[in-house]
Write a protein that binds this ligand. Structure first.
Ligand code: CAP
Ligand code: MG
Length: 466
């Protein structure tokens, strides 16, 4: 029910022509002890129905009590535009909510989220909640430009028809001067066979006394241009423009453009949806690399119910949902997690690669999901990163395909024979994986290779405790 209006659909109800008329969400809740106490005598089934109706109500047109409904009350329209909870799974406490599209300003993600996931996690009625997925209707998809370049646009800029892009974040994360960072860029870009693609600022490297943004941007891009001349290969620099003052970010982006850069990087969670939307719609002529620093406080939930079956303990929004939002907002590459990474992905990285790159997503059979038709929205590069090293390439490329940015920070700079050797090991790993040549056989036949040296140190697979 949900007090004044009914927000709970009849069993079997489905939103008509939902891809045209509705935005759909998929959630799971746990009923709180206070709710169970307050609803003494009510069956769990009934209480679950009340909870999902309240979620639909609180996230669309309702509130906790009946309100004035006479002339000018808005009640008739709120009844017409109200959301409906449906497809209740009483065993796993999961359900969907259908929101009529008229509830939303189509090109406004911040307004949308304030509605559908605004207050609901605050409700005392529930003790846990996870939003697994959002399915955007066609008109909302078409209200966004999507990525300016996407996978193919960046490939064109880099004159690189196939294969992953290999990139490194200098480690230590912070510590090099701007000049030393540019020196490292030269080594990365010109060592080995000169095919190393990129260098990336760390998520917390901004404008510091010993590493000035403007100097770093100029120096690294100047080394990049020299390396392009020397090697004949296009290179890129994911230069971190992140700042809580959007005007400063735009200035930093223009600095990259002025110095011939093709990519800008931004921490999309800490700067926010408005920052990403604004930067994208400003069309600064740069591809946008999205780092998701801080996402874990939103997306992580280590409880058994993280994929629907079993108890849920926390309040979270899945990375599947977050990835969809940033594809819609138009980033060109996004950290989406990776198999074998030091970071938790709940086994979702492969599905997230599909979310970022397929024209039409189908729901996954284990990860609670709704699928999505992306219409005009271009595919986005998946960035696989976090504790990765050359020994992982065979598996990661096999699982995620080649439209990925493969980032190794420690996995290059920690090579036992130094930085140049780290570059060589990664180039070898990329080429072997692309040609489907077994790493184990290669290492056996080439025990002195830099790849072998890396694998002797790190083996195959992640280091969880470090
Ligand atoms: C990786 C990294 C990235 C994480 C982000 C780090 O360094 O630079 O920020 O991968 O996580 O700071 O940890 P290493 P995610 O290569 O040395 O591990 O990609 O999961 O968003
Ligand atoms: Mg980092």
């Amino acid at each position: 029910m949900a007090v004044q209006l009914n927000y709970l659909a009849k069993k079997g109800w489905k939103p008509k022509n939902s891809d045209e008329n509705y935005l759909i969400t998929l959630l799971k809740v746990e009923l709180s002890k206070v709710a169970l106490k307050e609803a003494k005598g009510k069956s769990l089934k009934k209480l679950f129905e009340d909870a999902v109706a309240s979620v639909a109500s609180e996230s669309s047109t309702g509130t906790w009590t009946s309100v004035y409904s006479g002339k000018g009350s808005g009640i008739p329209l709120s009844a017409k535009k109200r959301a409906m909870a449906y497809d209740l799974d009483y065993k796993n406490l999961m359900f969907k909510v259908a929101y009529p599209i008229d509830l939303f300003e189509l090109d406004n993600v911040s307004g949308l989220l304030a509605g559908i996931v605004g207050n609901i996690a605050g409700m005392k009625m529930v003790s846990a909640m996870r939003v697994y997925d959002i399915r955007f209707p066609k008109k909302m998809i078409q209200a966004f430009p999507g990525p300016k370049f996407g996978v193919q646009g960046v490939r064109k800029l880099l004159k690189k028809k196939k294969g992953p892009l290999i990139v490194t974040v200098p480690k230590p994360k912070i510590g090099r001067t701007d000049k030393e960072q540019a020196d490292l860029a030269r080594v990365l870009f010109t060592s080995g066979n000169g095919t190393y693609d990129g260098i990336k600022d760390d998520e917390n490297l901004t404008n510091l006394d010993f590493n000035n943004y403007n100097k770093r941007c100029k120096l690294v891009l100047s080394e990049l241009r020299k390396a392009e001349k020397k090697t004949g290969n296009k290179k890129f620099y994911l230069c971190n423009t992140t700042h809580s003052n959007l005007d400063k970010m735009v200035k930093r982006a223009n600095m990259i453009k002025k110095n011939g850069g093709i990519f800008m990087m931004m921490d999309v969670i800490t700067t926010g949806f408005s920052a990403v939307d604004t930067i994208r719609r400003r069309n600064l002529g740069l591809a946008i690399h999205a780092h998701r620093a801080m996402h874990g406080f939103m997306t992580r939930d280590n409880s058994p119910g993280v994929h629907g079956k079993g108890k849920l303990n926390g309040f979270s929004i899945s990375m599947v949902t977050i990835a969809k939002i940033f594809r819609l907002l138009g980033v060109d590459s996004l950290h989406g997690g990776s198999p074998l990474a030091k970071m938790e992905d709940y086994g979702e990285a492969e599905y997230i690669q599909k979310i970022l790159q397929e024209k039409e997503n189908k729901p996954h059979n284990q990860i609670p999901s709704l699928g999505q038709n992306w219409h005009n929205i271009k595919p986005v590069w998946m960035t696989a990163s976090g504790g990765l090293h050359p020994g992982d390439f065979e598996f990661v490329l096999d699982k995620l395909g080649e439209d990925i940015i493969l980032q190794c920070g420690g996995g290059l700079l920690g090579h036992p024979n130094g930085v140049e050797a780290g570059v060589i090991a990664i180039e070898e790993a990329r080429d072997l994986a692309m040609n489907k040549i077994s790493f184990k056989k290669f290492v056996k036949d080439n025990p002195k290779s830099e790849l072998a040296n890396a694998i002797n140190l790190w083996g195959y697979g992640p280091r969880i405790v470090y």
